[in-house]
Structures are given as C-alpha cells and as structure tokens.
Design a protein around this ligand. Structure first.
Ligand code: URA
Length: 439
C-alpha cells in the first residue's frame, strides 16, 4: 500500500507499459510511491523506466508522472510579488543563469531557482557558482527564502524534500540508459519547476551536438510537452529551442565561465551568451510586466548590463552568501589553471564547425566535470575559444586555449582532440541561428 493508498502490482504495470498499453494515474502514482517507499526494487523500476523510454507516454500519462515525482511537498516562497524561474536542458559553456538571474533581480524581478550540477559533458550552474571562493549556497528552505527576500535572488542545488521522486528516478536513469526519453525528461524538469513555487518559468531547450537531444524535432517535441504540462499545472511556461552545436560564448569550465559571466554583467557583448540572456529575460520580464512593450523591456535590460546595475545585483548576491566580492571587480584574481597551452590553426579559411560535444567532454576529462559519482572537480581547468563558427582566420591564428591541471600526461592526445573539434573550410559559412523556436 502506498502513501495515497494505491496498491499496485509492479510486474503488471511494467508488462502493460512494455506492451505499449496506456497506464492510469493510479498505476503511475503507485509505482513511483512504491519505489520511494522501498517496496519496489531498483531492477523493477529500471525495467519500468526502460519500458517508458521505448514505448513513450501520452500527455495525460506524462502529467500524471510529473505530479507523482513532485510528491506532497512544494516550496512556499512566501513571496507576494512575481517570482521568475528559468531552466536549461544543459549545454557546453552554458552560463546563462549567472547573467540572467542578477540582471532580472536588478530590474526588480525576483528570481528563485533550483539548479543542478554538471551532467556528463554539460556543465552545471551549482559547480560554476562553487568556483567563487567563499560562496556557500543556501542549504535549507529558510535560507533560500531569506536570500530571495533580502537580495531578490535565490539559487540552490537539489533540495532533499523537493520533488523526491525526481531525485530517486534521475539517479537510476543516469545509469540505465533511460535519460534520453522525452516524457521522462519533461516530467523530471517540470516536477522541479512546479515544486519550486515560482510565478512563471522560461525553459531553454538545447539542441545540437552538445545537447541532450541532438535532433531539432526532438527538442521541439520536448519543449511542447513541457509547455503543456506547465499550462495544466497553472504555471505560465514559455520555452525556447536554442542552438548547442558550438559552446555558448567563449569559455568552458567553471572559473572561466564565472569570469565570462562577470564580463557579460559588465556590459561586454559576449557572443551568443548576451543575445540568449536578453531573449530569455525578455520572455520572463513580459510575464512580470504584461503592460510593457518588449522593445522597452529589452532596452531596460541592455541599460542594466551597461550601467552596472546587473553587476551590483550579482555582487550583492555573492556577498550575501559569503563569496569574495573583490573578485567581481578583479576577476583576474580568480584562481587559475596550473598551465595554459594555446593551439593555433594550421590553415587559413572560415570556421564552419566547432563541436560542442568534443570540447565539452574534453573539459570534463580535464577535471571540469565528473566522470565518476561524487568526484571532486577542478574549478580552474577548461577551455577558452578564440575562434567561433563564421570567423575568418589565417594559418597560425589562435583557435583555443587549454587551461590544464597540474598533471597532464596525455597532452598530445588532448591537443589532437581539441583541434579535431574545429572544421575550417575554404568558403564562408552563414552564421548559425541561435534561437530556433520560441513557444
Ligand atoms: N534535466 C533534468 O532536470 N532532468 C532530465 O531528465 C534531463 C535534464
């Protein structure tokens, strides 16, 4: 018997999904609750997840799974005003949250957000934030609410009592080949968004070589599913499908990305990063200020990046959590890698492709991400791109800097891998579009 009194036979529910039958709300709630209660073994839950990954779920089943993953607890933000939330499906060099959240807070739009750690070759916001010396993120709902009310900005990692079903299932999916399933991803992300209690959310669904979903039609399908779940749960939800064929901006790796985010907060036009921040921010601000025109909203955001307001908001937030605020004015004092190697182009031409998956997994293997559970990461290592798609370069020009750990025995292999990420052609290529769709 489960917490809501649903009695299910796991084998029947597994078999029905394996055959492609539609599951009832009771089946879905029952299997999740039984698993959390320890009444169903990992291998049975893994079999059910695989059946879902192969057979799919219809919209009603996906909504039922979302509610089951949320469970009974929701975070009460105690806010009387609009609170914004944002989520990315994960990408290489994606430091959007580090710029977007303080930017919106500086305009008087509070942001409350649960973020993740790096997953595979994609970096995670929590790892990036921990690259700021001294910074300690809120551990309890009380600290989270206090940050929201004091500095208008609250970010935390996975809270133990929030969307417990998602935490339990995500761990299992990661090691059973069941991550890349549209209904499982949609329910996982939306359970966290609904549980966290914001007023509106914008989802950045990445597509391309460095994304979870490589095909545009899959990313679009996921975006549609999540918007529909949000609508059903009365959570205003917008979704953007954006390009992740090449890394976002120029920096990949935790400290390097913090430095690049600070540069963007100081008004530097970091390629793709700033346009994406303005696009996502515009959608959230339009929810907060329904009477204002988008052109006016955008102008406000650009002004806040240019006149120091966004940076001041970031400084206040870092200081609130004990981080070294001096580093924001002097990012050159951030801890740096033991060694930097600069790689150059062997031919002249146009950069036609920069493979985000190759560079993301290179940074991960240098130590910027984890290859084993609970591994300690090296915040200082990573890459800095000097060339991006569409750039014209001459032989001998800088392509990429490798920020390396103290011990790097396989440097030749690393160098070859990094160079293999760049394709240089004799003819000019059109600039790839950053935003494919906005829903
Ligand atoms: N991010 C999530 O939170 N869940 C998924 O399933 C995939 C990406």
């Amino acid at each position: 018997m489960t917490a809501t009194g649903s009695r299910i036979d796991p084998l029947t529910v597994i078999n029905r999904k394996r055959r492609g039958d539609r599951l009832t709300d009771t089946d879905i709630t029952g299997i999740v609750e039984s698993y959390l209660a320890g009444d169903i073994a990992d291998y049975q839950m893994a079999a059910w997840l695989m059946a879902v990954a192969c057979r799919g779920m219809d919209p009603a089943e996906t909504s039922a799974l979302t509610q089951a993953l949320i469970g009974p607890a929701r975070l009460h933000l105690g806010a009387t005003t609009f609170v914004a939330d944002k989520h990315s499906t994960g990408g290489v060099g994606d430091k959007t949250t580090l710029v977007l959240a303080p930017l919106l807070a500086s305009l008087g739009i509070p942001v409350a957000k649960m973020s993740g750690r790096g997953l595979g070759h994609a970096g995670g916001t929590i790892d990036k934030l921990e690259a700021i010396p001294g910074l300690r993120l809120p551990q309890s709902p009380t600290q989270f609410r206090h940050a929201l009310h004091t500095v208008g900005l609250a970010m935390t990692g996975h809270a133990a009592d929030l969307a417990p079903g998602d935490q339990a299932l995500y761990r299992l999916r990661d090691v059973t080949g069941t991550v890349e399933s549209l209904p499982l991803i949609a329910a996982s992300i939306m359970s966290k968004k609904i549980a966290a209690g914001a007023s509106a959310v914008v989802l950045d669904v990445k597509t391309g070589s460095g994304a979870l979903l490589h095909r545009l039609e899959d990313a679009l399908g996921l975006a549609r599913m999540m918007v529909a779940i949000g609508q059903q749960a009365d959570l205003p939800t917008r979704a953007v499908v954006s390009n992740m064929d090449q890394p976002l901006g120029r920096a990949v790796g935790n400290t390097l990305e913090v430095a690049e985010a600070i540069a963007a907060l100081k008004g530097e036009p970091v390629p793709d990063l700033v346009p994406l921040v303005l696009h996502l921010g515009g959608l959230l601000a339009a929810h907060a200020w329904p009477d204002r025109h988008l052109t006016d909203i955008r102008a406000n955001m650009v002004a806040a990046l240019g006149d120091g307001r966004a940076l001041a908001s970031f400084r206040r937030w870092v200081g609130h959590h004990g981080g070294d605020v001096d580093l924001i004015d002097h990012p050159e004092r951030l801890p740096h890698a033991a060694r930097i190697e600069t790689l150059t182009a062997s031919t002249s031409g146009w950069v036609s492709h920069v493979d985000a998956a190759v560079l993301g997994s290179l940074a991960q293997h240098l130590g910027a991400g984890r290859t084993r559970l609970n591994q300690t990461i090296d915040h200082t290592v990573g890459l800095r791109l000097h060339a991006r798609v569409g750039d014209r370069i001459t032989a001998g020009a800088r392509l990429v800097e490798l920020h390396l750990p103290v011990a790097c025995p396989n440097l030749d292999h690393i160098t070859q891998l990094a160079l293999s990420a760049f394709t240089i052609t004799e003819v000019a290529v059109p600039m790839p579009s950053l935003i494919h769709h906005t829903l």
